[in-house]
Design a protein around this ligand. Structure first.
Ligand code: MF3
Ligand code: CO
Length: 259
């Protein structure tokens, strides 16, 4: 399967879905506090998305039971929302995919709950930075390995681990399309990027070792050493110049600043 090339009109539809994801994550940001149950975030998100004419695309995807993937502390990705209240010092990665009018947007953000230890804050900073290092390489003529190499160099230089078992991907008509976008690798390797491709870049970075396990529910990915992991994700369209980032962290961070 060769990666799909999207028209400008289609990219606008993907942007609409991606911005609805950003608005959903901004609504989540408003609610995050010690004592809040993550299932409450999921319920709010589903109602919010449907009220805007979107469909929560994770719900029912290969049997995933929720609207949001909510991954707390040592859970890397694909966490299940639950009745367990958030606690001061937790970090919580929230990943959301929405389909609207036939096109998908995909984005994730890692939030802090109350006061979080300095080393964990540094992990969040480096993971978000690595996403933008990857995005700098996401342009026509480069290859997916240029993105992976940029992410990997940034975080490994700081002593963090890159989870190897999961990766970014093409996104648009379906949630997961070609190409795979690994978060590690060699420059000039992998799939050639072309104008009109739409991809999601999503570093999953560990404070400790990069080894992971899968929970008995078949979904939740956790760090073997029990140390926290962070996850940030943007959807973006490839152009001849800088990638057009279709999701928007500003909508989330404006809420965080006002809290
Ligand atoms: N949003 C995830 C990704 O970045 C996919 C969630 S997995 C699902 O690819 F099964 F829950 F949808
Ligand atoms: Co994704």
């Amino acid at each position: 399967m060769t990666p799909r090339i999207y028209t400008g009109e289609e990219i606008e539809k993907i942007r609409e879905s991606a911005l609805l994801v950003s608005d959903t994550l901004a609504e989540v940001a408003k609610m995050i506090a010690p004592g809040v149950k993550t299932i409450e975030l999921d319920r709010m998100a589903e109602a919010f998305i449907r009220s805007k004419g979107g469909v929560p695309a994770c719900k029912g995807y290969e049997g995933f039971p929720f609207t949001l993937c909510i991954s707390v502390n040592e859970v890397v990705v694909h966490g299940f929302p639950s009745e367990k209240p958030l606690q001061e010092g937790d970090i919580i990665s929230v990943d959301c995919v929405i389909e609207k009018d036939g096109y998908h947007g995909d984005s994730a953000y890692t939030f802090t709950v109350g006061k979080v230890e300095e080393p964990v804050l540094n992990l969040l900073t480096a993971t978000k930075e690595s996403l933008y290092k990857g995005i700098e390489q996401a342009r026509a003529g480069n290859r997916t390995g240029d993105i992976g190499n940029a992410v990997q160099s940034h975080v490994e230089a700081r002593g963090y681990g890159v989870v190897r078992e999961l990766c970014g991907h093409g996104v648009g008509a379906r949630m997961h399309e070609k190409p795979d976008v690994l978060n590690y690798g060699k420059k000039s390797s992998g799939t050639l990027l072309k104008k009109g491709m739409v991809i999601a870049v999503e570093p999953m970075i560990t404070l400790g070792k990069r080894d992971i396990g899968i929970a008995r529910n078949g979904w939740e990915v956790y760090t073997r050493d029990g140390k926290p992991a962070a996850h940030f994700e943007h959807s973006m369209a490839i152009t001849e110049g800088a990638a057009e980032v279709l999701s928007d962290f500003e909508r989330i961070e404006n809420i965080l600043k006002s809290k």
